[in-house]
Design a protein around this ligand. Sequence first.
Ligand code: 6PG
Length: 242
Amino acid sequence: MTMTDTELHIFDTTEELYDSALETLRRGLNEHEGNHYRVVLSGGSTPLRLYELILEDGGFDWHKLRIFFGDERTVPPDHPDSNFRAAYETLLDAAPIPNDAIFRMQCELGAEEAARRYEQAIRDEFKLAPGELPRFDLILLGMGADGHTASLFPGTPALEERERLVVPNPVPQLDTTRLTLTFPVLNAARSVLFLVTGSDKAPAVRQALTGDIADRPPAGQVHPTAGRLLWYLDREAAAELE
Ligand code: 6PG
């Protein structure tokens, strides 16, 4: 497996970071030659400003977009903790994207059934042969202060998953179970874009981007085998990098 070089961008302000992320997404979408541009949205709060900017931007080739999610909390879609709800309220409700181009993790069905259905939806969307992996055009990811990404938390079983595309992942540190895409899916992407801001993330950023790969936290284990890896940081999040 050849490791992709990490493209590291450090921005003076978060607005510059979001503007650059918007441009990266718009360019990827509009220059994409295929009929569908499949994007995985990140959960958490960091990407919400980007989702708002996407909606305000007049330059998106909306009809190509197919929207997926990297992870979800095991709550209904109208729950305050739902990643879908946050993306819906900031982008999906008002964006001209047809419902059948938005693929929600249906956690209200129970974690295992939701994982099974989501994996099948991905297999159907990409027309995957057995053992084949989906190549998402762009996977947006965030990172927690503990170095988790999607819902791949340190010390949790999903970190070891190499066959399934989507799994329920018990997260004892949160006393909950989450649904998450697995490393094989993240590392099969054509491009992965991390958006990380704030001084509280600086130690995890250093751990994720430096040192032996094997010692890195989950976010540092994302290396597309044949794709671009971009990390967009503000100065605060990058403060512990040389
Ligand atoms: C989630 C996300 C998670 C998130 C990080 C960072 O479901 O919470 O997928 O991986 O990206 O926890 O969250 P913030 O952007 O809110 O700091």
